[in-house]
Design a binder for this molecule. Structure first.
Ligand SMILES: [Zn+2]
Length: 280
């Protein structure tokens, strides 16, 4: 039998799972944030053989980023997305990679961002701040795009992964509304960052993405990882009918696919999030 770079991946089929690995080549994924999570998830995604990848990040590589995968000293000062594109295409030149060296929160980029995510099958969140996460959550719900949310705590010692399927599972805002009993630390702009924690979380993101795209196994609901105790905690979530993002309570913006959440409403959410002491 002819062997190629996907031979070992396709061999999973021999263990009783009806997986058509070649389907990945038709898939376009988006990775928002090429940081501790995105560096790992993007490499795994291209090694798995996805067809297209859109990368979003407006940062340049700094010395403090060198504790992470992907970046080298020679990359200092360069745009992260450009470095990532070159590195990832060296690993797998068959993947079409589109780079957006833009802030997804920049209003002048909003239309282009929406146009691009409309071409994407699934998004992996690698953002590290509350407003951007809230923004991405709203955009994914509005545009009916599944996404795998994830984040590490400020200490870098714990984190979570939460697959969000619009109109089917709880969105990130539903979790706030319901007040799922979760640990205090839920991610914030990097204070401490442990590459091993990030790699674990990014790996779970990829696992969930593969199960969703290739339709095998069981998706997790919401998982917390605590490296100090070495434990994973599974939480059951439920959609909040009152959720301002995916619920059905706003007469002016009835929730259904392709109805836009007003910018004003979104700004209110972001203001509210910025005022909070708790972290996301
Ligand atoms: Zn919701």
């Amino acid at each position: 039998m002819k062997q190629d770079r996907y031979t070992r991946l396709k061999a999973i089929k021999d263990f009783g799972y009806n997986i058509n690995w070649d389907d990945l080549q038709k898939i376009h994924i988006g990775i928002i944030g090429v940081g501790g999570l995105g560096c790992v998830s993007s490499e795994m995604a291209v090694r798995c053989g996805i067809g297209e990848l859109s990368l979003f990040d407006f940062d340049t590589v700094e010395m403090v980023n060198l504790n992470r995968h992907m970046f080298k000293i020679e990359h200092l000062g360069q745009h992260k997305v450009e470095v990532a594109r070159i590195m990832l295409n060296e690993i797998n030149p068959d993947v079409h990679i589109y780079c957006f060296n833009d802030d997804i929160m920049d209003p002048t980029f909003e239309q282009q961002f929406e146009n691009q995510i409309d071409t994407i099958d699934i998004i992996l969140n690698g953002l590290d701040n509350i407003p951007a996460r809230e923004y991405l959550n709203a955009k994914c719900i509005n545009h009916n795009i599944p996404y795998i949310d994830a984040g590490a705590s400020r200490s870098g010692l714990s984190g979570y992964v939460h697959p969000v399927i619009p109109q089917k599972t709880a969105c990130a805002k539903c979790l706030n509304s319901i007040g799922v009993n979760m640990p205090d630390e839920r991610g914030e702009p990097c204070v401490a960052s442990l590459p091993s924690t990030m790699a674990i979380l990014a790996s779970i993101q990829i696992q969930e993405m593969l199960k969703y795209l290739l339709n095998f196994g069981e998706m997790i609901d919401y998982i917390m990882y605590n490296m100090i105790k070495g434990e994973f905690l599974n939480y059951t979530t439920q959609r909040d009918p009152q959720c301002p993002i995916c619920g059905q309570t706003d007469d002016h913006y009835p929730q259904c696919m392709n109805v836009k959440i007003s910018k004003k409403k979104l700004d209110e959410f972001i203001d509210e999030a910025e005022k909070r002491d708790d972290i996301w």
